[in-house]
Ligand binder design. Structure first.
Ligand code: NAP
Length: 258
């Protein structure tokens, strides 16, 4: 059994959460250009409103929200149902990153990171899932990170939040494949965005947000579960995680100078 791709975005009803910058913004603008109906969400309404100009009047809805707020997610979903009668794809891109190591570990930062990056997608999935299950149709795509594959420096909260996304997507895929609902787990390497602009080290295999959006949208069209890129970097990290721990930690200490 293989899951369905979303072959053509024309007229498809798509909710992009985290559309105000970076990878989410690039996905949203590409989807608008492809003729999709796009609901634009994140906290900064002014940044979302700026994207409306890229489409026809009827093509976009701006639904500002915070992914840590259950009521705002539910109310945004109700607006989508009212406007468009249903949803074909939930594309959850939103995420936060605060560098955190053992010597500056801060529980409040960890809690906020897990709330936004792991519980946020769970809340959104909880909101859209009942109708997708009823219809035996729909797509759920969640942006995790290669940082979720194995422990990496400076990711004491971000890493666990993204590792949780991998397990969540794997389990969702297992449950939803027989139900006709597709799951797309997205694991980017380094992408040049506002989030990575703060990095003070050279990022290997860095790609642009538009390149990331192309990988994501092509992966969804092809019906892929595991969408990871750029392959030269994500493939290498996938290989590292099958190594015994002593070798894994040796390689990380030897080559990751942050
Ligand atoms: N850039 C990379 O190298 C990289 C690598 C791997 C994975 N990723 C993942 O890719 C995703 C996008 O990251 P990016 O690099 O494009 O970062 P970005 O430019 O900082 O964008 C993050 C997006 O998330 C939204 N967001 C953050 N907290 C939110 C909240 N509480 N409620 C609603 N929206 C929220 C932001 O919008 P508002 O501020 O308007 O709310 C923004 O639209 C994240 O999940 C990130 O972890 C990025």
């Amino acid at each position: 059994m293989k899951q369905q791709g979303l072959k053509n975005f024309l007229e498809k009803r798509i909710w992009v959460i985290g559309a105000s910058s970076g990878i989410g913004e690039a996905c949203a603008t590409a989807l608008i250009a492809a003729g999709a109906k796009v609901a634009l969400s994140s906290r900064r309404a002014e940044r979302l409103n700026a994207l409306v100009q890229f489409g026809d009047k009827e093509q976009t809805i701006v639904l500002p929200l915070d992914v840590t707020n259950q009521e705002q997610l539910e109310s945004a979903y109700q607006s989508i149902l009212k406007g468009w009668g249903g949803l074909d794809l939930l594309l959850f891109v939103s995420g936060v990153y605060t560098p955190l190591r053992a010597d500056n570990f801060d529980f409040t930062v960890a809690q906020k990171t897990i709330d936004a990056n792991l519980l946020g997608p769970m809340r959104a999935v909880g909101v859209v899932l009942p109708n997708m299950l009823k219809a035996h149709a729909g797509h759920i795509a969640i942006v995790g990170s290669v940082a979720g594959y194995s422990g990496l420096p400076k990711a004491l909260a971000y890493g666990p939040s993204k590792a949780g996304i991998i397990n969540f997507c794997e389990t969702l895929y297992y449950d939803l494949l027989p139900q006709g609902v597709s799951v797309h787990m997205i694991s980017p390497g380094f992408v040049a965005t506002e989030a990575t602009a703060q990095n003070d080290f050279e990022m290997p295999a860095l790609i642009t947000a538009n390149e990331a959006a192309k990988e994501i949208l092509e992966g969804i069209q092809a019906g892929k579960f595991d969408i990871h890129f750029p392959k030269r970097f994500s493939g290498f990290l996938k290989f590292l995680r099958i190594l015994p721990y002593p070798i894994y930690f040796w390689i990380i200490r030897r080559f990751v100078k942050i």
